[in-house]
Design a protein around this ligand. Sequence first.
Ligand code: ADP
Ligand code: MG
Length: 229
Amino acid sequence: MADELNCPVIEINSVHKRFVMGENIVHALKGVSMKVEQGEYIAILGPSGSGKSTLMNIIGCMDTYDEGEYKLMSISIDKLNDKQLTIIRNRLIGFIFQKYHLVSTYSVLQNVMMPLLARGESYKEAEAKAKEKLALLEMSERIHHKPNELSGGQQQRAAIARALIGEPKLLLADEPTGALDTKTGEEVLKLFRTLNDMGHTIVMITHDLKVASHAQRIVRIVDGEIVEQ
Ligand code: ADP
Ligand code: MG
């Protein structure tokens, strides 16, 4: 795909997002611009209400914006229909959430296989790749467990395996340590560092400076504006 061109993973130019609430308009993003190159590990840091989730939803192609431009791997996102957006999310982005978002009735292995089954790969192939990613995350012993039989740290490692399995161009993590104790959180952040060393591009959203300090670069957002790159 476009990565041979060595294009930026993320290019956002003057993006505005407004929410209409009855008589009130909340201007959640006020002309945000940022660029993330392949292989970067950045943290988007900002206090509650600053626009982090709004920005994350746009980066993750889960929400639209009102003005400006967003390109993911050189693809103009605002020109795509819902079906194309679903494919883009499945192919280009690996999502990691604060609360893991694992399917509780599925085993760890089945959870990790899901993105590949969704794109039509064979069960056998998906299973082999899932086992490989789970081994990388030191989860081989737990593949037949259900999420509620695992610790928070183990659930997050399973979720990271699921995010990695489709070989995405971007790992997008929303407060990935927010539900973990300090020590387990540190382990997850160490893992992110290793994944970045392996070449993965990571964007992590957090309100916590200590967490953000693990990234190569911090982008600060305050009141819908980037204040520091
Ligand atoms: P953060 O994730 O940094 O806490 P958000 O992106 O959730 O910030 O919110 C930014 C601003 O936009 C806040 O003022 C919030 O109340 C408002 N906002 C976010 N989502 C909506 C929505 N769906 N409808 C109305 N206002 C929203
Ligand atoms: Mg938020």
